[in-house]
Design a protein around this ligand. Structure first.
Ligand code: UFG
Length: 317
């Protein structure tokens, strides 16, 4: 099967490329490298350096393709609060273009990177796929708009689609080209920031007065290798005219302080931290109910928070 990986030079997309490639899939990558890194692309692989906002780039990328794994997009909660129009343009308009070009090219299969941010502040924990969707930031709103767009496309054009609602993705994958890991600039994600914390530049703890047991936000962390395993299972579960939505997390949560403790255990050092105000757009607690992905995709995450911290740490060396 020939899979177009949009966003294939980013953290999660490049990990997907590597695992798909190892499993014998034919791959093409479409990425504008605005946040990704062209040096992630394996030698000899078909790479279109282009944008979702350019229809000729999309048409070229879709040539000969059977299915799309759609990772490309803007993905930072905080940035989306400052730049909502950018998020709408790249994520929503970009995906509209992709779906239009898929129709023209006769490509009827898509696995989409959706997000737990679609749910907003949940009423019930753990969160089921049927929970209300009230995003608390523009990033989540764009992911929800795309999920709705894909549902309509599936009903009207009979495409086979899966949206995977990621909780907090972490960890790294080592391969013949070194580590595929988070290389964001600036880095906003908790685990790399905690591991890079120094006395001169301590990691900020965003909010210590949340309604949780230690006052810090709770998130559900899932290893990027487990996450891609779910994508491949989703790809092989696609049914024409059906759009399924699955949560991908671990089913359990860690507070920010618990993540700091896990990092401290991994490094053998006390991690310097500084209590800071809440970050705009953050919900207090996000934990996935992953019963549906387990039952229907036969997926079980096998790596825990200590693996995610250890692999991220190893990727720095
Ligand atoms: N945090 C800190 N200090 C930091 C970085 C983060 O205290 O330096 C806190 C945040 O406030 C939050 C938690 O750590 O409570 C996790 O924050 P991240 O920035 O690592 O991740 P987010 O939860 O904001 O968002 C991530 C992805 C989104 C996805 C969401 C789903 O970036 O794309 O998980 O749960 F939607």
């Amino acid at each position: 099967m020939h899979v177009l990986v949009t966003g294939g030079t980013g953290y999660i997309g490049s990990t997907a490329v590597e695992i798909l490639r190892k499993q014998g899939y034919e791959i093409s990558i479409l990425d504008d490298c605005s946040t990704g890194h062209a040096d992630c692309v394996p030698e000899g692989l078909r790479f279109i350096e282009g944008s979702l906002l350019n229809t000729s780039d999309l048409a070229e990328a879709l040539e000969g393709v059977d299915a799309v794994m759609h990772f490309a997009g803007k993905s930072l909660v905080g940035e989306s609060v400052d730049k909502p129009d950018l998020y709408h343009s790249v994520n929503v308009d970009g995906t509209r273009n992709l779906l239009d070009q898929m129709r023209i090219a006769g490509v009827g299969k898509i696995v989409f990177s959706s997000s737990a941010a679609t749910y907003g502040e949940p009423e019930v924990i753990p969160i089921l796929e049927t929970a209300p969707t009230n995003p608390t930031n523009p990033y989540g709103s764009t992911k929800l708009a795309i999920d709705h767009m894909i549902s309509r496309e599936s009903a009207e054009q009979a495409i086979a689609a899966v949206s995977l609602r990621y909780f907090n993705v972490a960890g790294a994958l080592t391969c013949d080209r070194g580590w595929l890991a988070e290389r964001h600039n600036p880095e906003t994600h908790l685990i790399p920031n905690v591991l890079r914390s120094t006395h001169a530049n301590p990691v900020k703890i965003f909010g210590t007065d949340w309604p949780t047991s230690d006052g810090t936000c709770i998130r559900d962390y899932v290893h990027v290798i487990d996450l891609i395993d779910a994508h491949i299972k989703a790809l092989n579960s696609l049914v024409e005219g059906v759009h399924e939505i699955y949560n991908l997390g671990s089913g359990g949560g860690y507070s920010v302080r618990q993540v700091v403790e896990a990092a401290s255990k991994a490094t053998g050092q006390v991690i310097p931290t500084v209590d800071s105000p809440r970050r705009s757009g953050d919900p207090a607690v996000l934990i996935a109910d992953i019963t549906k992905a387990k039952a229907q995709l036969g997926w079980t995450p096998t790596r825990g928070i200590n693996d995610m911290v250890a692999d991220t740490l190893a990727s720095f060396s």
